[in-house]
Design a protein around this ligand. Structure first.
Ligand SMILES: *Cc1c(COP(=O)(O)O)cnc(C)c1O
Length: 424
C-alpha cells in the first residue's frame, strides 16, 4: 500500500504532481511519501497492540533525517549499525532508550558513544565483541544491556547477497556456541544479558523460515532463563519483503505480526522489531529523465540521467524496479522493449534488460517505483556526479530534505598538497 498514483493523467505522490517536483528539483532525485511511511509504521505497531513491543526502524534502509523524524513522530525507535546512524537517529528525535545497536564491527569509540547515550540494547555478534564491550563499559562504569545475535542456521530463501542467518554468513554467534557465550557474558563486568536477537535476511516473503528461526530463538531464550539468565526481550530483527512487481505476493505485515505473536507471546518477553524495507521501500520513488535512445543490432538502449551511483540495487542484487512514465500513457500508446541504462562508465550500470514498457521519448520523465529503501542511502558521487537529492511530500506540500550539493561543496573535502602547487 502506497500513495503514488495517477491523477488527471499525471503521476502524483499524495497530492503533489511529480512532474512539478522533477522540474523544480531536477533529476535524478528521490521523493518520499510521509503518508506511506506513517501508514506502514502504524500497521506494524497496531498489529502488536496490547503486547509489549518496540518498533526499532532499521535506519540503514533510509536514514534521511526527515524520514527518521517522520517515524520518530509515530513513536518508532531505531535499529542502528554505526555511530553515525546513532547520531542521526538522536538528531531526528528518537530517544536513546528506543535505540538498539546491531552490526558485526562495532568499534570501541562507537560502543563508548552508545553507552554514554544510554541505548536500549547492544546486539552483540561475536565473543571478541562481547569482551571488548565489557572492557569499554567497565572502564566507563556503565552496564551494557546486551542481546547476543544468534545465527539460527536457517536459509531465508531470498537473494544470497541478503541472506544473513545461515551458518557461513558473517552474521551472528554460531548456534552451537550461544549458550556458552551467555554463560561467559554473565561473568563479565559491565555486561547485562537481557535479550536474544536474530535477523535472518532481507526481502523475505515466506514466513516459514522466519517462524523456524523464531521458534529456535524462543526455545533458546527459555533454556537461558532456566540457566539463570534474566532474558526479558526477544529481538526478531527485520527482513519482511515487499512487492516490487506485479505477481509478487510477500506475506503481509498483519500475517507476519500474527506469526510473531503466536511464536513469541505468552512468555512475558518484550518483542523488538527491526523493520526497514517494509516501512520505507514502497514509500519512495526515484525520478529520472530519459536522455537518448540508442539502437544496437539486437536491442534498444534507453539511456537515462540516473546511474548506478544513484540507485545501485539492480547492479548489486539484480533487483527489479517498475519504471513508470510521469505522464500516464493514453490508450493505444505503443509498447517498446528496452535495456534501461545509466550514464556511468560501468557495464553493470543497467537498470533493466529486455523491459517491455510504454515507448519513451527523449526528455520524458520516469519514476523508478519502490525505491524508498536501500536507494539514496547507497548512493555515491561516482563519476563525479553530484549526490542525489531527496524530497519529502506531505499531503499537497513538499520540501527538499537533502539538497543537491554544488561543485564547491562536492570537492570541498579534498585538497592538493602544497608540494604539488609550489613552483620549483
Ligand atoms: C538490514 C537489517 C534490518 C532491516 O532489514 P529489512 O530487510 O530492511 O527489514 C534489521 N536488522 C538488522 C540487524 C539488519 O542488518
Amino acid at each position: 500500500m502506497h500513495h503514488f498514483s495517477y491523477s488527471g493523467g499525471r503521476l502524483h505522490c499524495e497530492g503533489v504532481d511529480l512532474a512539478a517536483v522533477a522540474a523544480a528539483v531536477g533529476t535524478p532525485c528521490y521523493v518520499y511519501s510521509s503518508a506511506t511511511l506513517v501508514r506502514h509504521a502504524r500497521v506494524i505497531a497496531d498489529a502488536f497492540r496490547g503486547q509489549s513491543v518496540m518498533v526499532a526502524y532499521s535506519v540503514k534502509a533510509n536514514g534521511n533525517l526527515a524520514v527518521l523524524a517522520t517515524l520518530a513522530g509515530q513513536g518508532c525507535g531505531a535499529d542502528v549499525v554505526s555511530g553515525g546512524e546513532l547520531l542521526r537517529a538522536r538528531k531526528a528525535g528518537i530517544p536513546a532508550a528506543k535505540i538498539v545497536f546491531s552490526g558485526v564491527g562495532k568499534t570501541a569509540a562507537e560502543m563508548t558513544l552508545a553507552l554514554e547515550q544510554g541505548i536500549h540494547q547492544f546486539n552483540v555478534e561475536s565473543a571478541a565483541e562481547l569482551r571488548l564491550l565489557s572492557e569499554v563499559a567497565a572502564k566507563l562504569g556503565r552496564e551494557a544491556p546486551v542481546a547476543l545475535r544468534v545465527n539460527p542456521d536457517v536459509a531465508a530463501g531470498g537473494h544470497p547477497n541478503i541472506s544473513t542467518g545461515k551458518s557461513g554468513d558473517k552474521f551472528g554467534v554460531p548456534w552451537g556456541e550461544a549458550e556458552a557465550l551467555y554463560a561467559e557474558a554473565a561473568s563479565l563486568p559491565g555486561i547485562r544479558a537481557v535479550a536474544v536477537d536474530v535477523h535472518i535476511g532481507s526481502q523475505i516473503g515466506d514466513l516459514a523460515p522466519m517462524r523456524a528461526a523464531f521458534e529456535k530463538v524462543v526455545g533458546l531464550a527459555l533454556r537461558l532463563r532456566e540457566q539463570g539468565h534474566a532474558i526479558s526481550r526477544i529481538d526478531v530483527g527485520g527482513g519482511l519483503g515487499i512487492p516490487y512487481k506485479e505477481g509478487d505476493a510477500p506475506a503481509p505485515p498483519s500475517d507476519y505480526a500474527a506469526m510473531i505473536s503466536e511464536v513469541v507471546a505468552g512468555h512475558g518477553f518484550e518483542i523488538i522489531l527491526e523493520p526497514g524495507r517494509v516501512i520505507a521501500g514502497n514509500a519512495g520513488v526515484m525520478l529520472t529523465t530519459a536522455l537518448y535512445e540508442k539502437e544496437a543490432p539486437d536491442r534498444t538502449f534507453l539511456i537515462i540521467d540516473a546511474g548506478m551511483n544513484d540507485l545501485i540495487r539492480p547492479a548489486l542484487y539484480g533487483a527489479h524496479h517498475d519504471i513508470l512514465p510521469l505522464a500516464e500513457p493514453g490508450p493505444g500508446h505503443p509498447l517498446k522493449t528496452y535495456d534501461v541504462v545509466g550514464p556511468i562508465c560501468e557495464s553493470t550500470d543497467k537498470f533493466a534488460s529486455g523491459r517491455a514498457m510504454p515507448a519513451v521519448k527523449a526528455g520524458e520523465r520516469l519514476a523508478f517505483m519502490s525505491a524508498g529503501a536501500y536507494g539514496a542511502v547507497l548512493s555515491s558521487a561516482y563519476n563525479a556526479r553530484s549526490l542525489v537529492p531527496e524530497v519529502l511530500v506531505d499531503g499537497d506540500r513538499y520540501e527538499i530534505v537533502r539538497r543537491r550539493p554544488n561543485f564547491e561543496e562536492s570537492i570541498g573535502l579534498e585538497k592538493v598538497p602544497a608540494w604539488l602547487t609550489t613552483v620549483a
